[in-house]
Design a protein. Structure first.
Length: 356
């Protein structure tokens, strides 16, 4: 029986916030960014963070540290010695593996190979450059080519799965933070003490103290995995939906670390986000508002392969910092967070009933 999928569109409210002043090794610009969300307080909160970025000469300094996309495959061997010999052979055959990957795509390049062995199971984690694509399909296709090559050239191995969960895709794990998956971006800002007091209504010492108590110790007690932040997922989801990304990648994307220091009354504040998975070409990127938003962000320019995606990742990281800074500032003041939600989330008639 033929099944027909319902293709009705689901509209999510979208607003632009900014400008955000960004400097660094990828972007030197003032940019407005789109956020699609039903959590309406997110817009004014990110806007407050964006406003502070324009009050320093450097704004948010965003540094792209690394970029790679991963796919792991699973192979079965007769026993552990066979799996070990195969892993050693493949590690010594990277040049040949790179040729196999080059035959699968114009843009995919094999960067590195890692492995794990559990009993007779061999897990191979391939790391690729994927140009301006996020790389989900590109790395899977490369994985297919690599799988066929390995099974026909390395004795003692059998097919296990095209995905061995050692990638790790859309699951909380340690491996992505350690080895990398997506774009690794660090966003930093240094705010004078008077800006912190006047615009964020708090102090550098209060934010730095809360970051230790809440983001570090609180997350440790909760058993967080390579994660110490207040709400990276909120900003990433809104940014991903507005720019046509695979929203499920906020799982690994939200595993990042917020760091704050009181520097003689000034505030040093940073967000380290090692797994930003974004692309400016591929699925859905040429349709409707997605293409318009990417164009407005300056991420559809005629640049070398990968440059547009790097710009988009840096914009995502700067957006995360804006929201993270604003939320932590709010949480240093009793009642401020709830007042904001009551103000921005209640319907107009609800607000009228409370004031009548």
């Amino acid at each position: 029986m033929t099944q027909h999928l319902d293709q009705t569109s689901a509209a999510v409210p979208l607003r632009w916030v900014g400008p955000i002043r960004i400097t660094g090794n990828i972007v030197n610009d003032e940019v407005n960014v789109p956020l699609a969300t039903f959590e309406s307080p997110l817009w004014p909160s990110a806007q407050r963070g964006a406003r502070t970025s324009t009050m320093t000469d450097d704004g948010i300094v965003a540094t792209l540290i690394d970029e790679r996309m991963t796919r792991s495959i699973l192979l079965e061997a007769d026993d552990a010695p066979t799996a070990h010999r195969a892993a050693q052979h493949l590690a010594a055959s990277l040049d040949q593996l790179r040729k196999v990957v080059a035959g699968s795509s114009r843009f995919a390049r094999l960067l590195c190979l890692h492995h794990q062995i559990a009993g007779n199971l061999l897990f191979l984690r391939f790391e690729f450059a994927t140009g301006d694509a996020a790389g989900h399909n590109m790395t899977t296709l490369a994985g297919d080519h690599l799988m066929r090559h390995i099974l026909t050239t390395v004795p003692g191995l059998r097919y296990g799965s095209i995905s061995g969960n050692y990638c790790t895709d859309k699951k909380a794990s340690a491996v992505n933070g350690i080895l990398g998956r997506g774009k690794n971006v660090i966003a930093e800002i240094r705010l004078p003490g008077d800006v912190v007091e006047k615009k964020l209504h708090t102090t550098a010492a209060a934010i730095a103290g809360l970051n230790v108590h809440k983001n570090l110790i609180g997350t440790l007690l909760a058993g967080g995995i390579r994660s110490a932040n207040a709400h990276y997922a909120n900003l990433l989801l809104a940014f991903y939906l507005a720019t046509g990304q695979d929203a499920a990648n906020i799982v690994e994307g939200s595993q990042g670390i917020t760091h704050a220091d009181d520097r003689d009354g000034d505030l040093y504040f940073s967000c380290t986000i090692p797994n930003i998975i974004v692309g400016t070409t591929g699925s859905a990127k040429d349709h409707g508002f997605i293409a318009e938003n990417l164009t407005r962000l300056g991420c559809r320019e005629d640049r070398e392969p990968g440059a547009n995606a790097r710009r988009l990742a840096v914009l995502a990281a700067a957006t995360v910092l804006c929201g993270e800074l604003s939320l932590l500032a709010a949480q240093t003041n009793p009642g401020e967070l709830m007042r904001a939600h009551l103000t921005y989330e209640r319907r107009p008639r609800d607000r009228e009933s409370r004031t009548s």
